[in-house]
Structures are given as structure tokens and as C-alpha cells.
Ligand binder design. Structure first.
Ligand SMILES: [Fe+2]
Length: 382
């Protein structure tokens, strides 16, 4: 067994209705709070009023989508000008990543680009971040449980992570009720992201006993819950997906991921939704990875477990789990690779870029650019 270390948010509160604890919890951490929020969650306005009523000074920052370097710069400036002593992010993964980046960069002198792995110079170390509270409103990325913030760098068409164990939130408040009634396309994309993160963490070369326990206990339930949500609104299934999302964040932060997320980091730079990219690629990546593992005479135990969990959850015959997953993705109208701005002519170039992505380094088998091109070709056919 390989060595491992574990990280997690300092504290997590999980449960339907637990958002009611937000004002008291945030008030214990700061008196001047920058609220980073998305557009779509009306409850955040109520929360801001409640924070102000409790005597907490509030400044609001609207996230524009997946954070870009210019948006991060602007957010850091807003936090500094306001004199924020605490950052509260309420929203999806992009909002939480923006809040996380601001909490890390606000106390650190210099330009945000100095702290990113942009190739040439070694990134600078962050000063101690501001206290950070993350409150997810989607069940997908598990960003409230990870130590990195994904930041788009427009002039490179790439997404790069700001990484530091101290970026883990001081508190994650996970209330599944905030995901009730989410639109179907969002539910599917975010849910498939969570499932991809759990499966890639389970298969990752750096999986450890804790991530194994998290993933094996969660993958079957999550796939079943997502199937239920494909048919109808279901609060119990929402609870399951919110838990799966959070645990997927804990897992990936402690094991790593694989080629699907390596590809997503490249393809995401073209503007497609992260969860849709993961969902579109997962079945093809599992197929090619399993073929490679067989060729290399590796143990197939983990691949067989994933195949069995998928088949059972999707109601497929034994051995047909990955096929059933691909059919589910297609039935749910997850965008195609062409719709995600990846034409066939670009497959090899995208594959070459994905080879060097940090997530790909955790893939269970070594892959060539041609293997990754095969994943893209299979996903396009699926
Ligand atoms: Fe992801």
C-alpha cells in the first residue's frame, strides 16, 4: 500500500435545511464578509439581508461563470478595497472556485498570475488565506471539499489550477435543498461530474483506503439517484447527489483523477460546461482504460467493480454497465463533442494537450496520444 496524506475542509455541515446556520457560522469568522455569488439563486439575497441584520458588513460580488484570470484579479481588488476579513461563496463550482481564489490571493501581495502554474517561473507561495466558507448550490463539482481553484487563462485557451492545502474551506455548508428543482440539463451535467470524479478517484493510481471507502460506498447510490432524477423531481435523490458531490470532492482531493478530467481541462477552455464534458467522455474513457489494462495484464478488479455498479444501478445486464452509461448520457441529451466545440479534426491535438494535464497523471494506465484520440473518437460515436 502506497503512503498517503488526507485533507478535508476544517468542518463540514451537511443536511437538508442546514443553510439556516450560515449567518451564525459566518458571524463567528468575520465582521466584513465578501459574498461571492451566482446569478440564479434567489436565496442569496435573503442571506445577504440576514447577514446585514446580524451586524455583519456585506459586499456582494457576482460571478460571471467559470472564473478567468481577469475576473479573479477584479475580485481580489474588490475584496481588498472592501477590507474583507472573510469570504463566503454561494453557488456552483465556478462560484466556489472564484471565492476560494479570492480568499487565497487577497492577503498575498502581487498579481494573481504570479501564483499560477503558468509554465515559466515557479509559482509563488500564498500568504495565509482569509477565512473561507463555501455553500454549494449544485450537486456536482465538490469544489467545497477541494484545495484548488480552476481559473481560465483566456489568452492560452487553458484552465489552470491555483493549488494550496490552505485553500480548503474553513467551513463547507452543504444543504441539498438548495439543489431542489434545478433544471434537468444542469442536474445531469453536475451529477455526471460527481460520478466521474468518484469513478476516476476509485481507479486513480493514487487511490488510498479512505478514498476507496468513499467511492465504493457512493458510486452505486449516486448512479441510481441520477437515474431517478432523470425521470422526476425527488428530494431523497437530491440528498444523495449532494452527498455524492461532496464526497467526490473529498475523494479527488486525496487521490487524484484521470484522463477524463485531463481532457476536460483542455476542452473546457473552449467554453463547454465541465460536467457535460465529463459525462460525454466517461464511458469511452472507461472502455479504453480497461482495454489497456487488459493488454498490460493488470488487475481488472477495480474496472470490474465499476462495471458491476453501473450495470446494477442502470438496470442493465451483467457486463453491460458501461454500454448502459453511454446510452443514459445520450438519452439525457448531454452535448456531443461537436457541440462542445471539439471537431474531429482537433482530436489528436486535444489528446496531445491532455497528455500533459495534471489529472491525466493519475490515470490508472499510461495512455498515448493515440489512445486518448481513440477515447475522443469513441465518445463522438457514442
Ligand atoms: Fe469534475
Amino acid at each position: 500500500m502506497a503512503d498517503f496524506a488526507l485533507t478535508a475542509p476544517d468542518r463540514t455541515i451537511f443536511g437538508r435545511g442546514c443553510r439556516d446556520q450560515t449567518v451564525a457560522e459566518v458571524g463567528a469568522l468575520g465582521a466584513r464578509v465578501l459574498v461571492v455569488r451566482g446569478r440564479s439563486v434567489a436565496w442569496v439575497s435573503e442571506l445577504e439581508t440576514a447577514l446585514a441584520t446580524a451586524g455583519i458588513a456585506v459586499e456582494s460580488l457576482l460571478s460571471q461563470g467559470e472564473p478567468s484570470l481577469p475576473e479573479v484579479r477584479q475580485g481580489v481588488e474588490t475584496a481588498r478595497n472592501f477590507g474583507a476579513d472573510c469570504i463566503l461563496a454561494v453557488g456552483g463550482g465556478a462560484v466556489i472556485d472564484l471565492g476560494k481564489a479570492i480568499s487565497g490571493l487577497c492577503p498575498s501581495d502581487g498579481d494573481p498570475a504570479d501564483f499560477l502554474e503558468l509554465g515559466n517561473a515557479r509559482p509563488r507561495h500564498l500568504s495565509d488565506p482569509l477565512p473561507f466558507v463555501a455553500l454549494p448550490t449544485t450537486a456536482g463539482t465538490g469544489a467545497e471539499a477541494t484545495r484548488n481553484a480552476v481559473i481560465g487563462v483566456p489568452d492560452r485557451q487553458m484552465k489552470i489550477s491555483l493549488r494550496d492545502p490552505r485553500l480548503l474551506p474553513d467551513l463547507a455548508i452543504v444543504d441539498p435543498a438548495l439543489t431542489d428543482g434545478a433544471p434537468s440539463a444542469l442536474t445531469m451535467a453536475t451529477g455526471l461530474d460527481a460520478i466521474t470524479q468518484l469513478i476516476e478517484s476509485y481507479l486513480c493510481i493514487r487511490a488510498n483506503p479512505v478514498t476507496d471507502a468513499l467511492c465504493s460506498a457512493t458510486i452505486p447510490d449516486a448512479m441510481r439517484a441520477l437515474c431517478r432524477l432523470a425521470k422526476a423531481e425527488d428530494p431523497a435523490a437530491r440528498d444523495t447527489m449532494a452527498r455524492a458531490s461532496h464526497l467526490s470532492g473529498l475523494a479527488l482531493a486525496n487521490s487524484g483523477l484521470g484522463v477524463v478530467h485531463g481532457l476536460a481541462s483542455v476542452i473546457g477552455g473552449r467554453g463547454g460546461a465541465h460536467g457535460a464534458i465529463c459525462g460525454r467522455l466517461l464511458a469511452a474513457a472507461l472502455t479504453v482504460n480497461a482495454q489497456k489494462a487488459r493488454q498490460l495484464d493488470m488487475s481488472m478488479q477495480r474496472f470490474e467493480a465499476v462495471e458491476r455498479w453501473l450495470a446494477e444501478a442502470l438496470g442493465a445486464n451483467p457486463g453491460q454497465g458501461i454500454v448502459a452509461l453511454q446510452a443514459f448520457v445520450t438519452a439525457q441529451r448531454v452535448p456531443t463533442l461537436a457541440q462542445l466545440h471539439v471537431p474531429e479534426a482537433d482530436f489528436y491535438a486535444v489528446a496531445e494537450q491532455a497528455l500533459t494535464a495534471s489529472s491525466t497523471k493519475g490515470n490508472p494506465v499510461p495512455l498515448s496520444a493515440q489512445d486518448i484520440t481513440d477515447i475522443l473518437a469513441q465518445a463522438a460515436r457514442g
